[in-house]
Write a protein that binds this ligand. Structure first.
Ligand code: ADP
Ligand code: MG
Length: 337
């Protein structure tokens, strides 16, 4: 028997590794204007990859601002759209967006379409608008210009819906529902800055989600360990241009229509609710660290803030799960070690 011990163990290892390998599928494609990556473990790993691609294509078809037949594009063009003529998922998302806008004191605002187009950040037409144009776009913006009645949604004064700050989070929740109905042991996917980790990795170790280095010197400043939740980051380094040393980025302060200058480089929100995490990462970025931390404490939100001074601030629930690796350039704020 002894003689067979080693080869038998080797055979077992090979079988296990073959089994693990065959049950993993990686995905990488573009959808909703962003790079999508995924890793799926389990019997239906391959089907999972195809399923999320199809689901995202469908969601893009109803929520995109630029696909003319989408619910959002038709609402923007016609300024009024019956709910009967919209996908139920659009109705639910518009309602949620309005609720979260109210809860965030307007820092998250799904009706900034005019301002987003005027700045054009991340497009060929990006520019610093003149004061007059900015004031006009500001007057045509704001969640107050989107009304829901029993039968329809209505916009006023040419205001335009832009779900860029929440759609990827809502898509994250939709994908999670699709994947939870499949035979999978664990999975992880990312839609731009929106990551979701579900189930278990085959080796039993926790999922680690890297937190982007806003300075771009390393890939990550550290990582969070998490399970069955969304980890969503909004940062000023994703879409921006720099002119005369000033960084003009894509997160706008609804109060004045300019890129938010709140002293932050990024905000990461951790929540089982991907829609909430997406809207709130944008809102907390606008609020800044001090107001943001207060807001998190009041609303039971978990978040990580990186300031312009490379300080990292964490809410209580993340202190155990975050590990800082770029310790030369970044510091955990006092009391957060
Ligand atoms: P990303 O799209 O890079 O993941 P965000 O989730 O923060 O980042 O969303 C930013 C996008 O949301 C912008 O490109 C714009 O379309 C829209 N947006 C900008 N400012 C706001 C805001 N204050 N509230 C809601 N949406 C916003
Ligand atoms: Mg967001």
């Amino acid at each position: 028997m002894r003689k067979w011990g080693f080869p038998a163990a080797l055979l077992l290892c090979l079988l296990v590794s073959c089994q693990t390998e065959s049950a993993v599928t990686e995905a990488s494609f573009t959808a909703m204007d962003t790079v999508v990556t995924g890793r799926f473990y389990g019997a239906e790993a391959e089907e999972a990859s195809a399923a999320i691609e199809q689901e995202l294509e469908e969601l893009e078809g109803i929520w995109s601002k630029t696909i003319p037949e989408s619910d959002v594009a038709r609402l923007n063009a016609e300024q009024e759209l019956p709910k009967d003529d919209m996908d139920d998922r659009t109705v639910a998302l518009l309602e949620r967006a309005l609720t979260l806008s109210g809860e965030s004191g307007g820092c998250f605002d799904p009706v900034l379409g005019r301002l987003v187009s005027l700045w054009g950040i991340g497009t060929e037409d990006e520019q610093i608008p003149g004061q007059e144009e900015l004031q006009q776009a500001l007057a045509q913006s704001g969640a107050g210009k989107l009304q829901e009645t029993e039968e329809d949604f209505r916009l006023q004064d040419g205001a335009q819906v832009d779900l860029g700050g929440i759609a990827k989070g809502a898509a994250t929740d939709a994908l999670r529902q699709v994947l939870d109905g499949m035979e999978l042991d664990g999975y992880q996917f990312s839609l731009g800055g929106n990551v979701y980790v579900g189930g278990k990795k085959p080796d039993g170790t926790p999922w680690r989600i890297g937190i982007n280095d806003p300075e771009g010197e390393s890939a990550y400043i550290g990582y969070l360990e998490a399970a069955d939740c969304a980890v969503v980051t909004s940062g000023d380094y994703e879409r921006y241009f720099i002119l005369d040393g000033v960084r003009y980025h894509h997160i706008l302060d609804p109060a004045d229509g300019n890129p938010a200058r709140s002293g932050l480089r990024s905000v990461t929100v951790v929540s089982a609710d991907g829609t909430l995490a997406d809207a709130m990462s944008t809102a907390l970025f606008v609020m800044g660290a001090e107001r943001g931390l207060e807001y998190c404490a009041q609303h039971g939100l978990e978040a990580l803030f990186i300031t312009e001074e490379n300080e990292v601030l964490l809410t209580g629930g993340l202190r155990e799960s975050f590990t800082l690796t770029e310790t030369e350039r970044f510091q955990l704020s006092e009391g957060m070690e």
